[in-house]
Design a protein around this ligand. Structure first.
Ligand SMILES: Cc1ncc(C[n+]2csc(CCOP(=O)(O)OP(=O)(O)O)c2C)c(N)n1
Ligand SMILES: [Mg+2]
Length: 465
């Protein structure tokens, strides 16, 4: 047999392979150690790694079998065919990746569509939470315009993504949000009073008033605190998912991010890490067409985010983000794969940011009003889901009026309470980072107090000094 030998340094590869093998062995439902609860399809889908037979310390021996005319290279990851033609892979396929959908624009299920059943109780909660989110966005946005809170950001147009994805998870699953997903927290039981306390930064706010409005978080509800820097939460979700796996928990993590977030290095590192370590994490990309004023055509040249999952060896799906049933079904299936097969999954939801990026933005400066109106009316996810829920006889105009009115009243009351509540004392600015406040921070506190004393009128009167 004619065998050509190639020697490659292998330390990095060897480390990755052994870590991955370690990870697989930890997974309670690993395809290598199949348990009854686990569908053993992982072994069929997982690329086979060949570690080579003639390895010496610090080097790898690759074997090239020259026996047949179609040469095959036995290479880490599997066998690779040799071909005589020089052919570059195209940057994109001729056709774009399809988008999974269940409901048509009129809220009717598309014939032949396959989706996860939703009970009456869950469907009503899904719809009513979508409406609550709309009411919340309208009132908080107005409160910002009145100067009562400093900042706000709506989820208009992305209500189905928020609520339907949350509905498909369990409370043990841990959420790592970007910032346009308060509906996930709402679904989990964050109260309107808790939302208001955070936006007003009062002493009942869990962040003790240190963050801008909309930076919600709740350890009770397994929801990590929103952090402004884009995409930093994505690697965190991978690490947390890996720890869920090592602890043998029947849970996964989910992390949300926008189309803009996929341009950050953290996104790429996280996907690769998750794939190699087989972390049970759902990457949920809200592709809403815009990253503030940057349209997706200027954000990436790939067919959105979904193809990037495949590039990293991750099961991926594109879904209509304005179709609550499609989002629910896709996340439900993704969760099954993540938890039972111990693998990451990427969901790309196509949607549109109907509102301005935030209260610091005016999107009519960079996109047409016609475009916004089209998505707001013809493609509205809330009215589409309402048609389906009403069509099942589970909702009515009377229920709609009652729910909108009672939510509005409850939120206005919560805002009044939050606004009147005391602010956290100034000293809290310097706590909770170090166990003992270090000398430099104590100095800064002293200096701040002196400055406030000198310029009392320049500082808010309602902050206890
Ligand atoms: C690391 C980092 N760079 C830039 C910003 C400023 N910034 C805030 S939001 C945003 C756009 C994010 O767009 P996308 O991820 O698509 O989310 P969307 O707002 O559309 O929901 C940018 C660039 C930031 N917060 N963090
Ligand atoms: Mg975006």
């Amino acid at each position: 047999m004619a065998v050509r030998l190639m020697r490659l340094p292998t330390l990095a590869w060897r480390k990755m392979a052994s870590l991955a093998a370690f990870g697989r062995s930890l997974c309670p439902t690993s395809p290598l150690f199949p348990a009854p609860a686990c569908g053993n399809h992982g072994s069929l889908l997982r690329p086979v790694r060949h570690l080579g037979s003639g390895e010496a310390a610090g080097e790898r021996v690759l074997q090239v079998d020259n026996r047949c005319s179609d040469q095959v290279l036995d290479f880490p990851g599997g066998k690779v065919m040799f071909v005589p033609e020089m052919r570059f892979l195209p940057g994109s396929a001729n056709e774009r990746i399809n988008c999974y959908r269940v409901l048509d624009d009129n809220g009717q299920t598309i014939s032949g569509s396959r989706f996860q059943e939703v009970s009456k109780e869950v469907a009503i909660k899904m719809y009513s939470d979508m409406v609550t989110l709309q009411v919340m966005d309208t009132i908080f946005y107005e409160a910002q315009r009145q100067g009562r809170i400093s900042f706000y950001l709506t989820s208009n147009g992305e209500e189905a993504i928020n609520v339907a994805s949350a509905a498909a998870l369990t409370m043990d699953d841990i959420v790592f949000p970007q910032y346009r997903e308060p509906g996930v927290l709402l679904w989990r039981g964050f109260t309107l009073q808790e939302f208001a306390n955070q936006c007003f930064g009062n002493m009942l706010d869990y962040g003790k008033g240190r963050q801008m409005p909309i930076h919600y978080g709740s350890s009770r509800l397994n929801y990590f605190t929103v952090s402004s820097p884009i995409a930093t939460q994505i690697p965190h979700a991978v690490g947390a998912a890996y720890s869920l796996k090592t602890d043998g928990k029947n849970a996964c993590t989910i992390t949300y991010f926008g189309d803009g977030g996929t341009s950050e290095g953290d996104f790429h590192a996280a996907l690769n890490f998750a794939a190699v370590m087989e972390s049970p994490v759902i990457f949920f990309c809200r592709n809403n067409g815009w990253a503030i004023s940057t349209p997706t055509e200027e954000q990436f040249r790939s067919d959105g985010a979904v193809v990037r999952g495949q590039a990293y060896g991750i099961h991926s799906i594109r879904v209509d983000g304005n179709d609550a049933l499609a989002v629910y079904s896709a996340v439900h299936a993704a969760r099954e794969m993540a938890v039972h097969d111990c693998r990451p999954v990427l969901v790309e939801a196509l949607t549109y940011r109907v509102g301005h990026h935030s209260t610091s933005d005016d999107s009519t400066k960079y996109r047409s009003i016609d475009e916004i109106e089209h998505w707001k009316t013809a493609r509205d996810p809330v009215s589409r889901f309402r048609k389906w829920v009403e069509g099942n006889g589970w909702w009515s105009e009377a229920a709609e009026v009652e729910h909108r009115s009672s939510t509005r009243k409850e939120l206005l009351r919560a805002i009044q309470v939050a606004e009147r509540a005391e602010k956290p004392p100034l000293s809290e600015l310097f706590t909770d980072v170090y166990d003992q406040v270090p000398a430099n921070l104590r100095e800064q506190e002293k200096s701040l107090r002196e400055t406030i004393k000198k310029h009392r009128n320049d500082y808010p009167s309602d902050v206890p000094v």
